[in-house]
Ligand binder design. Structure first.
Ligand code: CA
Length: 249
Protein backbone atom coordinates (compact mmCIF):
# COMPACT_ATOMS: atom_id res chain seq x y z
CA UNK A 1 0.00 0.00 0.00
CA UNK A 2 2.20 2.82 -1.27
CA UNK A 3 -0.45 5.44 -0.60
CA UNK A 4 -0.53 4.59 3.09
CA UNK A 5 3.26 4.72 3.31
CA UNK A 6 3.20 8.23 1.92
CA UNK A 7 0.40 9.43 4.23
CA UNK A 8 1.34 12.57 6.14
CA UNK A 9 2.70 11.88 9.59
CA UNK A 10 0.93 13.70 12.42
CA UNK A 11 2.22 13.64 15.97
CA UNK A 12 0.55 10.27 16.47
CA UNK A 13 1.46 8.79 13.11
CA UNK A 14 -0.83 8.14 10.16
CA UNK A 15 -4.53 7.92 10.84
CA UNK A 16 -6.15 4.65 9.70
CA UNK A 17 -7.76 5.46 6.40
CA UNK A 18 -5.17 8.08 5.57
CA UNK A 19 -7.11 11.15 6.77
CA UNK A 20 -5.22 14.20 7.89
CA UNK A 21 -7.45 14.96 10.85
CA UNK A 22 -7.36 12.95 14.03
CA UNK A 23 -10.31 10.56 14.30
CA UNK A 24 -13.00 11.91 16.58
CA UNK A 25 -12.67 10.38 20.02
CA UNK A 26 -15.93 9.03 21.40
CA UNK A 27 -17.77 12.19 22.47
CA UNK A 28 -14.46 14.03 22.12
CA UNK A 29 -15.10 17.76 22.13
CA UNK A 30 -13.58 19.79 19.32
CA UNK A 31 -11.10 22.54 20.12
CA UNK A 32 -9.71 25.00 17.58
CA UNK A 33 -6.13 26.16 18.17
CA UNK A 34 -5.18 29.37 16.35
CA UNK A 35 -1.42 29.83 16.59
CA UNK A 36 1.15 30.47 13.86
CA UNK A 37 4.09 29.15 15.87
CA UNK A 38 4.04 25.51 14.81
CA UNK A 39 6.08 24.24 17.74
CA UNK A 40 3.60 25.68 20.21
CA UNK A 41 0.58 24.65 18.17
CA UNK A 42 1.83 21.05 17.86
CA UNK A 43 2.63 20.80 21.56
CA UNK A 44 -0.78 22.14 22.59
CA UNK A 45 -2.54 19.86 20.08
CA UNK A 46 -0.56 16.84 21.26
CA UNK A 47 -1.58 17.31 24.87
CA UNK A 48 -5.20 18.05 24.03
CA UNK A 49 -5.46 14.97 21.81
CA UNK A 50 -3.86 12.85 24.47
CA UNK A 51 -6.64 14.09 26.74
CA UNK A 52 -9.31 12.95 24.26
CA UNK A 53 -10.08 16.18 22.41
CA UNK A 54 -10.42 16.54 18.68
CA UNK A 55 -8.10 19.37 17.67
CA UNK A 56 -8.11 21.57 14.58
CA UNK A 57 -5.03 23.71 14.08
CA UNK A 58 -5.18 27.02 12.22
CA UNK A 59 -2.14 29.20 11.68
CA UNK A 60 -3.97 32.42 10.92
CA UNK A 61 -7.12 34.23 12.04
CA UNK A 62 -9.13 33.68 8.87
CA UNK A 63 -8.61 29.90 8.92
CA UNK A 64 -9.45 29.83 12.63
CA UNK A 65 -12.72 31.71 12.12
CA UNK A 66 -13.62 29.39 9.25
CA UNK A 67 -13.03 26.33 11.46
CA UNK A 68 -15.18 27.84 14.19
CA UNK A 69 -18.04 28.49 11.78
CA UNK A 70 -17.83 25.03 10.22
CA UNK A 71 -16.92 22.72 13.09
CA UNK A 72 -18.76 24.32 16.03
CA UNK A 73 -15.98 23.70 18.56
CA UNK A 74 -16.49 23.74 22.34
CA UNK A 75 -13.58 26.12 22.88
CA UNK A 76 -11.00 28.19 21.00
CA UNK A 77 -7.38 28.67 21.99
CA UNK A 78 -6.12 31.92 20.50
CA UNK A 79 -2.64 33.35 20.21
CA UNK A 80 -2.60 37.15 20.22
CA UNK A 81 0.21 37.58 17.69
CA UNK A 82 -0.96 36.21 14.34
CA UNK A 83 0.16 36.96 10.77
CA UNK A 84 -2.18 38.75 8.39
CA UNK A 85 -4.72 41.49 8.94
CA UNK A 86 -6.45 40.11 12.01
CA UNK A 87 -4.69 39.31 15.26
CA UNK A 88 -5.94 37.21 18.16
CA UNK A 89 -7.60 40.21 19.80
CA UNK A 90 -9.65 40.84 16.66
CA UNK A 91 -10.67 37.20 16.54
CA UNK A 92 -11.69 37.24 20.20
CA UNK A 93 -13.77 40.35 19.63
CA UNK A 94 -15.55 38.71 16.71
CA UNK A 95 -16.24 35.51 18.62
CA UNK A 96 -17.65 37.52 21.53
CA UNK A 97 -19.93 39.40 19.16
CA UNK A 98 -21.23 36.04 17.92
CA UNK A 99 -21.95 34.40 21.28
CA UNK A 100 -20.57 32.70 24.36
CA UNK A 101 -18.03 30.29 22.86
CA UNK A 102 -15.29 29.93 25.52
CA UNK A 103 -11.96 31.51 24.57
CA UNK A 104 -8.54 30.85 26.08
CA UNK A 105 -5.88 33.38 25.06
CA UNK A 106 -2.15 32.83 24.71
CA UNK A 107 -0.34 36.04 25.61
CA UNK A 108 3.30 36.94 25.21
CA UNK A 109 3.35 39.65 27.87
CA UNK A 110 1.82 40.10 31.30
CA UNK A 111 0.66 43.61 30.46
CA UNK A 112 -1.80 42.21 27.93
CA UNK A 113 -3.76 40.47 30.66
CA UNK A 114 -6.09 43.31 31.65
CA UNK A 115 -7.14 43.83 28.08
CA UNK A 116 -7.61 40.16 27.38
CA UNK A 117 -9.78 39.44 30.41
CA UNK A 118 -11.39 42.85 30.51
CA UNK A 119 -14.46 44.62 29.31
CA UNK A 120 -13.40 44.86 25.71
CA UNK A 121 -12.55 41.23 25.03
CA UNK A 122 -13.78 39.10 27.90
CA UNK A 123 -11.73 35.97 27.24
CA UNK A 124 -12.47 33.20 29.73
CA UNK A 125 -8.87 32.62 30.68
CA UNK A 126 -5.31 33.14 29.50
CA UNK A 127 -1.80 31.75 29.84
CA UNK A 128 1.38 33.75 29.37
CA UNK A 129 4.18 32.23 27.29
CA UNK A 130 6.13 30.21 28.14
CA UNK A 131 3.43 28.02 29.67
CA UNK A 132 3.11 24.36 30.57
CA UNK A 133 0.95 22.39 28.13
CA UNK A 134 -0.25 20.25 31.03
CA UNK A 135 -1.46 23.34 32.87
CA UNK A 136 -3.15 24.64 29.73
CA UNK A 137 -5.12 21.41 29.36
CA UNK A 138 -6.16 21.52 33.02
CA UNK A 139 -7.48 25.03 32.52
CA UNK A 140 -9.30 24.06 29.34
CA UNK A 141 -10.98 21.26 31.29
CA UNK A 142 -11.99 23.70 34.03
CA UNK A 143 -13.54 26.13 31.53
CA UNK A 144 -15.51 23.36 29.85
CA UNK A 145 -16.69 21.98 33.17
CA UNK A 146 -18.01 25.37 34.15
CA UNK A 147 -19.65 25.91 30.79
CA UNK A 148 -21.49 22.60 31.15
CA UNK A 149 -22.29 22.90 34.86
CA UNK A 150 -25.87 22.10 35.87
CA UNK A 151 -27.99 25.06 36.96
CA UNK A 152 -27.88 25.95 40.63
CA UNK A 153 -30.81 25.10 42.91
CA UNK A 154 -30.74 28.55 44.55
CA UNK A 155 -33.51 31.04 43.81
CA UNK A 156 -33.14 32.18 40.24
CA UNK A 157 -32.95 35.92 40.94
CA UNK A 158 -30.65 37.24 43.67
CA UNK A 159 -31.00 40.89 44.65
CA UNK A 160 -28.03 42.74 46.04
CA UNK A 161 -28.10 46.51 46.41
CA UNK A 162 -29.66 47.84 43.25
CA UNK A 163 -28.56 44.82 41.24
CA UNK A 164 -30.52 41.75 40.16
CA UNK A 165 -28.50 38.65 39.36
CA UNK A 166 -30.69 36.28 37.36
CA UNK A 167 -28.94 32.90 37.43
CA UNK A 168 -31.57 31.21 35.28
CA UNK A 169 -31.22 33.66 32.41
CA UNK A 170 -27.58 34.41 33.26
CA UNK A 171 -28.43 38.08 33.19
CA UNK A 172 -27.52 41.03 35.40
CA UNK A 173 -30.01 43.90 35.61
CA UNK A 174 -29.74 47.39 36.99
CA UNK A 175 -32.96 49.43 37.09
CA UNK A 176 -34.53 46.66 35.05
CA UNK A 177 -31.94 47.09 32.29
CA UNK A 178 -29.63 44.21 31.38
CA UNK A 179 -25.91 44.95 31.79
CA UNK A 180 -23.54 43.10 29.44
CA UNK A 181 -21.24 40.68 31.31
CA UNK A 182 -18.57 38.24 30.25
CA UNK A 183 -19.05 34.63 31.33
CA UNK A 184 -16.47 34.94 34.08
CA UNK A 185 -17.76 38.27 35.37
CA UNK A 186 -21.21 36.82 35.64
CA UNK A 187 -19.97 33.72 37.48
CA UNK A 188 -17.97 35.84 39.93
CA UNK A 189 -20.91 38.14 40.63
CA UNK A 190 -23.29 35.19 41.04
CA UNK A 191 -20.87 33.49 43.45
CA UNK A 192 -20.52 36.67 45.50
CA UNK A 193 -24.31 37.10 45.50
CA UNK A 194 -24.89 33.52 46.65
CA UNK A 195 -22.51 34.21 49.55
CA UNK A 196 -23.62 37.77 50.23
CA UNK A 197 -22.62 39.21 53.58
CA UNK A 198 -19.57 36.95 53.80
CA UNK A 199 -15.98 38.15 53.42
CA UNK A 200 -14.46 35.84 50.83
CA UNK A 201 -10.75 35.44 50.26
CA UNK A 202 -9.36 35.63 46.75
CA UNK A 203 -8.49 31.94 47.07
CA UNK A 204 -12.11 31.10 47.93
CA UNK A 205 -13.27 33.11 44.95
CA UNK A 206 -10.78 31.37 42.67
CA UNK A 207 -11.87 27.95 43.96
CA UNK A 208 -15.56 28.77 43.72
CA UNK A 209 -15.56 30.48 40.34
CA UNK A 210 -12.52 29.21 38.48
CA UNK A 211 -12.35 25.73 40.07
CA UNK A 212 -9.99 24.17 42.57
CA UNK A 213 -7.58 22.90 39.95
CA UNK A 214 -7.15 26.36 38.50
CA UNK A 215 -3.54 27.53 38.55
CA UNK A 216 -4.02 31.28 38.29
CA UNK A 217 -3.10 33.91 40.83
CA UNK A 218 -5.04 36.43 42.91
CA UNK A 219 -4.62 39.09 40.29
CA UNK A 220 -7.21 37.40 38.12
CA UNK A 221 -9.83 38.02 40.82
CA UNK A 222 -8.82 41.67 41.13
CA UNK A 223 -9.07 42.23 37.38
CA UNK A 224 -12.61 40.85 37.32
CA UNK A 225 -13.67 42.78 40.42
CA UNK A 226 -12.42 45.94 38.74
CA UNK A 227 -14.58 45.17 35.71
CA UNK A 228 -17.65 44.54 37.86
CA UNK A 229 -17.15 47.86 39.61
CA UNK A 230 -16.65 49.64 36.33
CA UNK A 231 -19.86 48.19 34.90
CA UNK A 232 -22.12 48.43 37.94
CA UNK A 233 -20.69 51.42 39.78
CA UNK A 234 -22.31 52.48 43.05
CA UNK A 235 -25.22 50.09 42.65
CA UNK A 236 -22.82 47.27 43.47
CA UNK A 237 -22.28 47.10 47.28
CA UNK A 238 -18.95 45.33 46.91
CA UNK A 239 -16.44 46.04 49.68
CA UNK A 240 -12.73 45.31 49.68
CA UNK A 241 -11.99 43.59 53.00
CA UNK A 242 -8.42 44.52 53.78
CA UNK A 243 -6.13 41.51 54.20
CA UNK A 244 -8.92 39.11 53.22
CA UNK A 245 -10.62 39.74 49.90
CA UNK A 246 -14.12 40.93 49.01
CA UNK A 247 -17.62 41.04 50.46
CA UNK A 248 -20.86 41.72 48.63
CA UNK A 249 -23.85 43.25 50.42
CA1 CA B 1 2.13 33.93 17.25
Amino acid sequence: MRAMDAAPQGPRGPVPGGGRLEPMAPDGDTIVVVEDDHNISELVALYLRRDGFRVLQADDAETGLAYVARERPKLVILDIGLPGELDGLDVCRRLRAQGQLPVMMLTARDDEVDRVLGLELGADDYVTKPFSARELVARVRAILRRAGAPPATEPAVLEVGGIEVDTARREVRRDGQAVAMTTREFDLLAFLALNRGLALSRRQLLDGVWGEDWYGDDRTVDVHVRQLRKKLGRDLPLTTVWGVGYRLG
